[in-house]
Design a protein around this ligand. Structure first.
Ligand code: GN1
Ligand code: MG
Length: 369
């Protein structure tokens, strides 16, 4: 997938309600799905940046529905923040800049949907967690996010990707990919396929608990990777949760599980040296403390009891997704080298093993909070 030339971004930028002239734009190589650009404008003599993003329509089939969710969510967060003691509110939640026609997106000649956000200055993200302090901040960020959205008024949010975290469906998609083996790659992933098949019993646990009414649907972020938390460059404190495409109805376990996946191993998601990949209990404790500090007011005992398990399940499920995509010929996640999705799968499965070994300890710690 080639990124656009600067001239294309200039054309796109004219369709948004931005006062000022664009000076330059460049791609931000983040995320596996959308295309993101940062653009610098001169506005009343000040230099101001915005983010322009092209929504991946093969993943998000209904971009207006995505933007409808994002507008509702960001307006609600903004209203809450306005009533709090915080200042710099535009650094604490994303702000959508509408197109000139008033829509929260612009559709170009090729039918691609674009959106624009205020660029957040003075904050940064990390691909891998560096300290328990950071893990605490990540847990707190997503805990507060869920908490602030727990009273979002109005109808149920749009399900922008149905069954996004449905691990049974993800497993079945994986099994079909093995069966079809359309790129003849299964022979390179024998060990991973065996691991996946052996762990099938995990995939129904949360779904069953939900079906039986033990754990409720809530509003969740659903992509709680550590690099989706903006940390203040000076204080290191969490400022803002980004990547709101998949905010929709879900289980809190999806969020907590993906936090465990991305915020407890000191490694990146595609680490090749598997000996470095492990669930670090110190990181987990800080993460769980940060999360429960914010979420204890609304989560139930039964929800809490499944949080440690969720770390294992979501890591496993995302490993399944990488593996299925590898077998299907890398059609979903952007890859940067041959075998990239298989590498990603291997790190996930290594982490699943590490979590499984420590799961009792993890559960006990959460019980104590
Ligand atoms: C994708 O957009 P990005 O790169 O943060 C994916 C997540 C996966 C993640 C793995 C819409 O997230 O579900 O956990 O890659 N998002 C979508 O890194 O599929
Ligand atoms: Mg995402």
């Amino acid at each position: 997938m080639a990124y656009y030339e600067e001239s294309k971004i200039r054309d796109i930028s004219r369709h948004f309600d931005i006062y000022g002239e664009i000076l330059h734009a460049e791609p931000c190589k983040i995320g596996h799905i959308n295309e993101t650009y940062s653009a610098t404008y001169s506005q009343g003599g000040a230099v101001i940046r915005y983010v322009h993003q092209k929504i991946n329509q093969s993943v998000f089939k209904d971009p207006p529905a995505v933007m409808d969710n994002i507008l509702r969510v960001t307006r609600h967060l903004r209203a809450k923040l306005t009533n709090s003691t915080f200042n710099d509110i535009t650094r604490r939640t994303l702000t959508v800049i509408p197109a000139i026609d008033g829509n929260p997106y612009f559709q170009d000649d090729e039918n691609d949907y674009w959106r624009t956000y205020i660029f957040l200055e003075g904050v940064q993200t990390f691909e891998a967690v560096q300290s328990p302090k950071q893990a605490f901040q990540a847990g707190k960020a997503f805990g507060e996010f869920q908490q602030m959205l727990s009273d979002l008024p109005g109808k149920r949010l749009n399900e922008t990707i149905p069954d996004f975290h449905n691990s049974r469906k993800r497993f079945n998609t994986f099994a079909k990919a093995v069966q079809n083996d359309k790129c003849n790659r299964a022979r390179y992933a024998k060990k991973e396929i065996d691991f996946a098949l052996a762990n099938e019993p995990l995939v129904d646990v949360l779904l069953d608990a939900h079906k039986k009414g033990k754990i409720p649907e809530r509003i969740t972020h659903n992509d709680t990777k550590f690099n989706n938390v903006m940390l203040d460059m000076e204080s290191g404190r969490q400022m803002c949760v980004i990547d709101l495409d998949t905010v929709m109805p879900g289980l809190i376990h999806y969020d907590f599980g993906d936090m465990v996946r991305t915020t407890t191993s000191p490694t990146v998601e595609d680490e090749i040296d598997l000996s470095k990949v492990h669930m670090d209990m110190k990181m987990f404790e800080a993460l769980a403390r940060g999360y429960t500090e914010a979420a204890n007011g609304f989560i139930t005992k039964q929800e809490k009891a499944l949080l440690a398990f969720a770390g294992k399940l979501i890591t496993f499920t995302i490993g399944l997704r990488f593996l299925a995509d590898y077998l299907n010929g890398d059609i979903y996640f952007r890859v940067h080298r041959p075998g990239h999705n298989l590498d990603r799968c291997r790190t996930q499965f290594k982490l699943v093993e590490s979590i499984a070994r420590q799961e009792d300890k993890m559960r006990k710690f959460i019980d104590s909070l």
